[in-house]
Design a protein. Structure first.
Length: 304
């Protein structure tokens, strides 16, 4: 049994007076204990909404989320279930997720309290993320962005999560801090036996830390597989385009702001394969019928 299984999940964004936007349109994903899964895709593809739904922070319209064997799909969930405290999230902006008026030690202590951990101290947690324990007495504004993200990781891990989710946790950091923080998240999650779902548009970092990659396009997972396999032999044309568009000659780098072609409006997605208006390999069937979900959701790899 997987630690986390997401099956055919649907999440709609509803704004009064506007048509609903299907941000997640039937996505499936699994994370095992001790495994790091990198979720990649252009901005606006639904990665963050998927993460919020897993945490119970976004109401779902369909599909299923199973965490530690229990069904956590809740329609219109307002408060986080106590069981969901075993899922902790680290956000893009660590300053926004830390309370500026409380000492960081007190904020980390909240996590320890959740886990009923009376032995570990906030200073001990800071040391695990590479900061001096004495810094527990300080306030968030006294730290750099990279240090604040380490504090956010310490706070999340203090609650002893089974699943840690990083939602673009390194995109606000200096280049020098990005790989360090990502590697730290990986090491601490794996050491503690937790799974890590790492969402990023930085393919080089995902390649560095993830055991498996899931590629998302317009609300759907279009390709999944072991990181080395997907990197060496991307099979979905969208994954191929993402990897081709990386400018650095060593094959490392971040996703481009835009691939060729217009990104379709998620409120009015194309019929058939959602990537067909931008796909250089598109065939007649692609505009008519949607390929089935699977390791590679593409008619080039399925029988129409
Ligand atoms: Fe391209 Fe067709 Fe495959 Fe979609 S199904 S990615 S349009 S070849």
């Amino acid at each position: 049994m997987s630690l986390l299984t997401v099956e055919d999940l649907v999440v709609d964004h509803r704004t009064p007076g506007r048509p609903a936007v299907r941000a997640v349109a039937g996505a499936s994903l699994a994370v095992e204990a001790g495994e790091v899964v990198g979720l990649v895709g252009e901005s606006g593809c639904g990665k963050s909404t998927l993460a919020r739904a897993i945490c119970g922070l976004a109401p779902t319209s369909g599909g299923k989320i199973a965490f530690e064997g229990g069904n956590v799909t809740r329609l219109g969930l307002r408060r986080r279930d106590a069981g969901l405290m075993k899922i902790q999230m680290v956000f893009q902006d660590p300053y926004a997720s830390l309370n500026p008026r409380r000492r960081i030690g007190a904020q980390i202590a909240d996590g320890l309290e959740t886990a009923r951990d009376r032995e570990t101290t906030p200073g001990g947690m800071l040391e695990r993320v590479g900061l001096p324990g004495a810094m527990a007495e300080r306030y968030p504004h006294e730290f750099s962005g990279g240090q604040r993200q380490r504090i956010a990781i310490a706070r999340a891990l203090a609650a002893r999560p089974s699943l840690l989710i990083g939602d673009e946790p390194i995109s606000a950091l200096d280049a020098s801090a990005q790989a360090q923080v990502a590697t730290l998240m990986r090491n601490l999650a794996v050491e503690s036996g937790a799974g890590l779902l790492f969402i990023s548009h930085d393919l080089s970092v995902v390649r560095l830390i993830a055991d498996r990659i899931a590629v998302m396009y317009l609300g759907k997972i279009v390709e999944t597989g072991p990181t080395a396999e997907v990197w060496e032999n991307p099979r979905h044309p969208y994954t191929q385009a993402l990897l081709r568009a990386i400018p650095e000659p060593d094959g490392l780098g971040t996703l481009p702001a835009e691939l060729p072609g217009d990104v379709p409006d998620p409120a009015d997605p194309p019929q058939g394969c959602r990537f067909h208006p931008r796909c250089p390999m598109a065939m007649d069937v692609c505009a008519e019928k949607e390929p089935a979900p699977g390791p590679v959701s593409c008619w080039l790899h399925q029988q129409p």
